[in-house]
Design a protein around this ligand. Structure first.
Ligand SMILES: *Cc1c(COP(=O)(O)O)cnc(C)c1O
Length: 354
């Protein structure tokens, strides 16, 4: 870092994204991307829009706000579009946390939460998961801070039920509760249906995973109109053109092709469930996943060794050095062909070890 960097960032520890190697071709099961391309409707719409890049994008994101509000059965004033859901999350840290209102989240969850707290100089209150990596809802009642919950949680792949989330929201009338539903389309129930009942609830979703648009950077937040107005005030104070023209068009195209998204999610869930069975048959320990990834450990090989052995054989998964989960790897569910290769490589590795 240079000597010019503001002191307020001198101890910042930035988020570490999953590897995107350029030196060799890997089977990438490390960043929870979709193995399928975006909807043809998204691609066509983005291509057409690419010819109008001399113009700024629509700061009101009108086409997409309209499409989302119809799709979700909510008002246009109850949704905001963002540059990936990461931006929506950051806006929530900025809007609803301060010295007297810490960010409250689990000890094992999305690794960006502590970074958002850090960069915004927000104190945190960290709540341990239970032994089985599940969240105890009552730990979050009357949280005395702004609650951030990934549901399903990452990297554990475990989901709370709609009723459990509702209890957390209901028992925090004095606090904002942010539910990060990045993986909700792979088997959990969305909390969006509760936004008209609770003025303290914000739900965040992304086009990165179930809609195969990680590279487009598109997310959105849904909630009571006054909460969305808060987030828009922050957006217009930082980056009013936060969603580019091609992405706006692609997002509307993707929403118009829900059949395609549903088909892909069903395919991924089926491949996931087969892979879970195959891994269990080989002695892996893992929870039932409600996401497009599997969080697994094996009693005979350390998480880091397995990560390295897979990497040597051309397969990338995500390993976390945090000692609480260092026995595990997070494995993205890829295509059928990718997962067949993955299981063959797993068999080779286990044969070598045992
Ligand atoms: C992937 C992910 C996100 C961020 O996705 P964007 O690409 O920024 O939309 C947010 N939360 C969780 C838990 C994620 O895994």
């Amino acid at each position: 870092m240079s000597r010019y960097l503001s002191e307020k960032y001198s101890s910042l520890v930035p988020y570490t994204p999953g590897e995107q190697p350029k030196d060799r071709v890997f089977i990438k099961l490390n960043t929870n991307e979709s193995p399928f391309p975006p909807s043809p409707k998204a691609i066509t719409a983005a291509k057409a829009e690419s010819e109008r890049l001399e113009l700024y994008s629509d700061p009101d994101c009108t086409v997409l706000v309209n499409a989302l509000s119809k799709y979700l059965g909510i008002n246009e004033t109850e949704v905001i579009c963002t540059n990936g859901s990461d931006e929506a999350l950051n806006f929530c840290f900025m809007a609803y946390c301060d010295n007297d209102r810490p960010a409250v989240f689990a000890d094992i969850t999305y690794g960006f939460y502590p970074v958002f707290a850090d960069v915004n100089h927000i104190p945190t209150r960290i709540i341990p998961l239970k032994q089985d990596f599940s969240i105890e809802p009552s730990d979050y009642y009357h949280a005395d801070g702004t609650v951030f919950i990934a549901n399903p949680n990452a990297p554990t792949s475990i989901a709370l039920t709609l009723n459990q989330v509702e209890q957390i929201v209901l028992n925090n009338p004095e606090n904002v509760v942010v539910i990060d539903e990045a993986y909700v389309d792979f088997g959990a129930e969305s909390t969006i249906k509760l936004i008209h009942r609770y003025p303290n609830l914000i739900v965040i979703q992304t086009f990165s995973k179930s809609r195969s648009m990680a590279g487009a950077r598109l997310g959105f937040a849904v909630g009571n109109a006054s909460l969305i107005a808060d987030l828009n005030a922050i957006r217009f104070s930082t980056n009013p053109y936060n969603v580019n023209r091609m992405t706006l068009a692609a997002g509307a195209g993707a929403l118009a092709d829900e059949e395609y998204t549903k088909g892909n999610c069903a395919a991924i869930c089926a491949i996931r469930d087969r892979t879970v069975q195959a891994l269990r048959a080989r002695g892996f320990i893992l929870s039932d996943s409600k996401t497009n990834f599997i969080f697994a450990k094996h009693p005979s090989v350390s998480g880091n060794d397995l990560y390295i052995k897979l990497r040597e054989r051309g397969i990338l998964v995500r390993h976390f050095s945090n000692p609480m989960i260092s026995d595990y790897n997070r494995i993205t569910v890829g295509s059928e062909e990718q997962m067949d290769t993955f299981m063959k490589v797993i068999d080779d590795i286990l044969e070598e070890i045992i």
